[in-house]
Structure formats: C-alpha cells, structure tokens
Design a protein around this ligand. Sequence first.
Ligand code: HEC
Length: 212
Amino acid sequence: MKFKQTLLLAALTLAANGVAIADKPVVDAKLKAQVDKIIALSFLPGENQDLSRLKQDETLQTCNQYRDNVPEKMAAAIMEREAKAIKYPADGKLMGDWKTGEKYYKMGFAYRIGTVEPDKADKDRGGNCYACHSADPKEVAFGTIGPGLTGYGKLRGSGDDIVKYTYEKIYNAQAYNACSQMPRLGHNGILTPEKIAHITAFLVSPDSPVNK
Ligand code: HEC
C-alpha cells in the first residue's frame, strides 16, 4: 500500500514538474531582446528599407519565445486569434480563376526588408509557393519545406469544406497550426483575398494542372 502511494506521489510530482517546465518560455527574454536589437542594427539605413517588417506581433513573439513549441493552451489561443482575423473576398467567392492563381502561386516577388531596386510601382506581389511546395507536376523547381501539393484537389475533392480550409490556410497558416513555418500571406498583406481565392482554385479545381 505504502509503495503504491509513493509511486503515485512520484508520478504526480513528475506531472506537475512537466507542466511547470513546459509553461516557461525556453528562450531567455533578455537574450531575445539583445538578439532582436543586433538584427535590427545589422540593417544599414538607406533607401527602400521597410524595417517595420522586423516588428513581431504577439503571435510571432510567443512562437519565438518557445522555439515554436508552445504549450497547448497558448497554441489554442494563437489559433483562435489568428482565425478571427481572417478576411474574405468582397463577393464571398473563395474559388477564383485557377489560371490567375497559377501566376500568383509562382510569382516570387513579395515583401522584403531591403531592396537593391525599388519595389515595382504596382506592388503586384505573389506567394512564392513553389519555394516550399510542389504543385503542377510539370514544374521541377520546387522546395520541400512544406508538404507536396501535387494532386491536392484530386485527393481531397473540391467540396465547400476543402475550399474554405484551403483559402483560410493560405490566408493565415497559423489559424490551423499555431507556429507554422508557412508565412501568413493574407494576414500580413502579401496576398489580397482575391489572389488567395485564385490560388485556392489552382490547388482545388479539377481543371487545374495540379490535378491532371
Ligand atoms: C516558407 C515555406 C512556405 C511557403 C512560402 C508556403 N508554404 Fe504552405 N506550408 C508550409 C509548411 C511548412 C506547411 C506544413 C505545416 C502547416 O500545415 O502549417 C504548409 C502547409 C500548407 C498547406 C496545407 C497542406 C495540407 O496538407 O493540409 C497548404 C494548402 C499550403 N501550405 C499552401 C501554400 C500556398 C498556396 C502557398 C503560397 C501562396 C504556400 N503554401 C507558401 C510552408 C510554406
């Protein structure tokens, strides 16, 4: 009996410690502030620089403090906050034109902190999706940081749920995965809701080369 109680006590102590450790940021706040400062100082002031891109919002700060491994409750709070901020196209259509979507899936011009050349006047930005994902099987130059998306719509169908999930995931990846490595393309103003609807069609539409 006594042995059992001791075991139980040991288990409870372990569990309590486990929670305490997991709830504490793993990155020292002072050290983080120093590193952030050094990074900011490394950009020499000059033309065409947008240092506002270095500012971290609450979500990014939390993910950084925990090296992307945030406790469950915080992850839920992040996903809820990010999901609430999702905006949709004015006409409510989450499926646009896949051909236009293909253009923006490919286009690598997005936001940057410093540029050698000034931004194009029309600031037509793309998602640079091929940097991390495959898509059209004919495209051979793609990165593999994210999962392959070839056959995306063929595998999942093109129902309303899939369309909505795809649109929202592209708008704000962190609404579904608290500390995702995928940029928050709509949230951060890199892609407009309309462009995201076109890209959604590129991934989901049965007519798109992604699904041929
Ligand atoms: C810097 C790399 C990166 C870029 C750029 C990027 N992604 Fe991702 N993406 C990821 C990673 C990593 C995941 C997996 C983790 C997750 O789901 O959050 C992912 C997940 C996804 C998913 C979910 C896949 C699934 O199985 O449900 C979709 C859809 C997606 N990305 C589409 C896009 C599109 C479209 C673009 C361009 C507009 C894009 N991504 C740009 C890294 C990236």
